[in-house]
Design a protein around this ligand. Sequence first.
Ligand code: ADP
Ligand code: MG
Length: 396
Amino acid sequence: MTTFQDFALPEALQHKLDALGFDKPTPVQERAIPAALEHRDILGSAQTGTGKTAAFSIPLLTKIMNHADVYGIIVTPTRELALQVDEQIRAFLSAKSKIRSVVLIGGASIERQVQALGKRPKIVVGTPGRIIDHLERKSLDLSGFNYVVLDETDRMLDMGFSAPIAEIFSHVSKERQTLLFSATLPKNIQKISAQYLQNPVRIEMGQVNSVGDNIVQSTQFVSKDGKFEMLVDALREHDQSAIVFMNSKFATEKMAKRLKSAGITAEAIHGDLRQSKRERVISNLRDNKFRVLVATDVAARGIDVPHIHQVINFDLPRQTEDYIHRIGRTGRNGAQGIALNLATRDDMEKLNDIERLINPNAAKSAHNRPAGKPARKKPQAKGRWRNKKSNRARAA
Ligand code: ADP
Ligand code: MG
């Protein structure tokens, strides 16, 4: 087990970590801290609350304490976040530390910020707009800044900050180290990464609450009796490998048989099968020996078959969190995927729970409309979840 001692941090910093009860690094810290200490660029994704702030702050403070010429700038999407990051950094410093940080955010006195910048702080934390203001006034000179962090990058891009980010990068040192953190790594983030990072270490932690935006999700309301027909339609429409999720072991077996008699090759997988049998099913799926895997949640955990194009929730998951695990079986490695929920009127509450989990910031979703209508023909129409937003994974 890794401890902070393993990183050989400066004594004063180690002392602070102990005092703060940071006993051992979180998984993202365990990977990011040594890489950052080795001057590597980092492309990191991990859900909210996994300790990303310390993951980039601890190496920055270590470098500042050990070398004279390290300056760090941390760019965050919101004022609150900038303040939080600054607070975390200050908590790592002793009261008599000479290391200064300054927060550059809108809504606060710009004069005071100019004054603080005059003292050549080692650390700048700010939002793109205010950082640009200071660059334009020439109250901020970033040419010596060689440790650049983009925090919550997906959110910054959602907020339209890609031009200010480009502007900031044009001012910082060419000899820099760049760390990019994001809850998710959709295409636009990978593009930013390719633009500004050099050979980054990629750190991806289980993204429990997030759904890549390469997965198109939709919900089809249907009566219980109409479900099977709808399933067959959906499978025929795409004619590619798929996983159909069900909530009981017995039901998966029955469904596999039913699909086979409808002319669709299928196999069931569930927890009662012997391990060897399960492995055989998965390897046959991987080799395209059949098209549709009918699975329970437990059996499907961690299945990584690249060509799964479609995930269909024949039954919505009992545990809301399983939704994320289920649809994460498609869209592997950035491929396109589709997820379809076959929902009955009784599923409204569950759908809302799922929507809240994957999209905590959204107001009302498409699912909140009355469920009175019978099944519609086109699954993609109204029930489709706006993916850009679903893709946000934050605890608000
Ligand atoms: P993220 O940026 O990933 O959402 P934060 O950096 O805000 O997460 O950290 C979440 C909380 O966990 C903070 O209160 C932070 O102080 C705390 N924390 C971070 N790392 C550790 C650790 N190694 N041990 C104990 N608490 C930690
Ligand atoms: Mg954070």
